[in-house]
Design a protein around this ligand. Structure first.
Ligand code: ADP
Length: 270
């Protein structure tokens, strides 16, 4: 985790959050080879804790991944949770709302997808799109999206009180890194399917998105559902940082296996 106090992973709540103070290329002195070694161990620990979460059954784990196009949301999910089997762990992606989804409130489709106790769900995009694309593209009036910070905090507070553990990661890349990643998608036939022309429209709105992200971290970085701003130009560093944050949070829960059924001691199957 970054030890440089000028770039804390979870920004202090009592200070104005400014993205310009956060270098997307920061690696805290870690070298790629070291990170690749570390992530192997960290993934195993994530998987171990996730299995304990299933057995313990008291908590659900909600991991929110947000970031610009090609920031590496899928990549982070695949890497950090690689050793978790499909039992109890899944990804839910939120794209353009369907007609049915649009005819409900913006949290309707979100609430249905949050994990039940004992399960882990990774959100690839989330309810925060209601403060990102919907704001930046003017899909909702300012008077309405401004109310959402507080609504989302309340929603997350309720989930947390109902034993959903929430961790939110902003996969922070630079505009130059996005250019390189999008160009790769264009140039590599195996990646072309990921490219959408609309990505270029959103890229033109880069600065507006950054302001929207700043406001989100400023207003919705709560104790029960913290935001982590993850320097992600180096994917190997990103994965180490996310895995460490998840491990720390799960370890703090003091998960344990439920008591064995009575009479099991010394039982021999014939
Ligand atoms: P991704 O880019 O995450 O790999 P897609 O190519 O399916 O996945 O893109 C998802 C798109 O859905 C993004 O452009 C995003 O802006 C859009 N989207 C997500 N949530 C909303 C929303 N609430 N309203 C409008 N558009 C949304």
């Amino acid at each position: 985790m970054p030890k440089d106090p000028s770039q804390p992973l979870s920004p202090p709540r009592d200070k104005k959050f400014k993205l310009k103070n956060y270098d997307a290329g920061f690696t805290n002195g870690l070298k790629e080879a070291e990170a690749r070694e570390q992530i192997t161990t960290l993934r195993l620990r994530v998987a171990e804790l996730q299995a304990e979460l299933v057995a313990d059954g008291r908590f659900g784990l909600l991991v929110v991944l947000q970031g610009m196009d090609a920031a590496g949301k899928d990549g982070a999910a695949n890497s950090v949770f690689r050793d978790c089997g499909p039992v109890g762990c899944s990804v839910h992606s939120f794209g353009v709302p369907s007609e049915e989804e649009r005819s409900h409130d913006y949290l309707w489709r979100i609430h249905k997808a949050v994990p039940e106790r004992g399960k882990t769900v990774i959100f690839n995009r989330s309810h925060y799109e209601s403060l990102l694309v919907e704001r930046v593209r003017g899909l909702v009036p300012e008077s309405r999206w401004k109310e959402r910070f507080e609504e989302i905090n309340q929603f997350e507070r309720m989930l947390s009180r109902e034993k959903t553990v929430i961790l939110k990661f902003f996969i922070h890349i630079s505009k130059e890194e996005q250019r390189a990643q999008l160009q790769q998608r264009i140039d590599n036939p195996a990646k072309q399917y990921k490219f959408r022309m609309g990505d270029l429209d959103d890229r033109k709105l880069w600065d507006d998105y950054m302001v929207a992200y700043e406001d989100i971290v400023q207003n919705c970085n709560t104790e029960e559902a913290p935001w982590f701003v993850v320097p992600s130009n180096r994917r190997w560093y990103r994965d180490v940082v996310i895995a460490e944050a998840i491990i720390a949070r799960l370890e703090a829960l003091k998960l344990h296996y439920p008591p064995a059924p009575e009479g099991i001691d010394g039982l021999v199957i014939e």
